[in-house]
Design a protein around this ligand. Sequence first.
Ligand code: ARG
Length: 466
Amino acid sequence: MKKISPVSRSGRFARGPGADVVQFTESVSFDWRLWRHDILGSLAHAAMLRKIGVLSKAEEIAIIRGLDQIGREIATGKFKWKPELEDVHMNIESELTKRIPAGAKLHTGRSRNDQVALDLRLWLRDEIVLLLGEIAGLQRALVSLGGKNTGVLIPGYTHLQRAQPVHLAHHLLAYVEMLERDCERLWDCHSRVNVCPLGSGAIAGSTLPLDRMLVAKLLGFVDVNGKPQLTQNSMDAVSDRDFAVEFCAAAALLAVHLSRLAEDVILWASIEFNFIKIADAYTTGSSLMPQKKNPDIAELARGKTGRVFGNLMSLLTLLKGLPMTYNRDLQEDKERLFDTTDTVRATTRLMAAMLRNTKINRAACDRAASDPALLATDLADYLVRKGMPFRQAHHTVGAVVTLAEKSGKPLNQLTLAELKSVDKQFGRDALGVFDLQRAMAKRNLTGAPGTKEVAKQLARWREQLS
Ligand code: ARG
């Protein structure tokens, strides 16, 4: 086989690299994914080179045609990637130059250092938008599940012990809030991804009169007012991967939220809770135990969190000791970034699909929520309304709970006489506290799990997500 020497070695090097070196240093086996964005960047660069007179009109047209043809071949799987040419950038450029002489002018004023920074930013920008779409889908699935089950109450838990009753929708909307913060963080990250590094060259810009503004505008690197966003320091621009770290950090927190949701789903799907039933298509069986239906999607969502955290740590470690500016170490950023985007996007999508195919077991929820002990705090509030200091009320209700336990009765079955034996201030209306519907009507503070407030929040989210 004839050895192909990368263009970066022609002139200076006597021969191409050895096979083991090629294998160790290549990145095309994974960075080929950037091809669409690499071509977009080259088209904008070519348009700019034409404007400043480096390319003739005919040369620009030939380059556009050539890149378009290569793009079609890649999309249909016909393009032959060559590891000897290292990466996606050199594969495309070298193929273009083979086909079109003007291809040799395309790299004018450009280095792979600013090119790869550009491609990554363009790629990540699209990925963020796609991920935001998936997150909105999951939010909608949560709102819809809550909306379909209005009136369903469950115990809210602290320390995984039954605490106070909440509407199921309130519990689900807690995740909608978390996911909304994830969206805000991702949009914030997007604003720093959306800055054009092209024109920074290898490290020190170019002596040619490149029109950076034009490239930025052509590639949509503009703020909300349409103002082009350019990196302001060529050394920073070629070695900066903060935007990738920021994305991986935001994704790690998203993964935390997905994992917590997964954990609730896993608990709720157990016979012990039995609050939900996940449709067969979204559960798996056991190879040994015929009765099993396992919530594997949720378990994998929880499990995949590990790699998302790991990717963030890898990126931080990759960057911490790098001297200025570009170092080949940076090639290691891609697989970590790709893995994080793939993982959180798929997990978000699958969690949404699973929730859309999950039914609430109302009877089991009702049974759990009707535990009168959940309203012990309401009984203390009753005494507070009678003028008792809360600390004393807390102590008094504690004694009532002990009495109920000793007499083997649920809290709401105690007689007025029994209540009065603990404290004289208990009146006839005391047992009314255990009316669950009334108890839920009273919880009407902003953000509280009361019936009216939850309906209001559901309506707010429906509107916001429509
Ligand atoms: N494959 C390289 C990367 O992903 C592209 C930039 C290479 N630049 C260089 N001077 N070797 O980082």
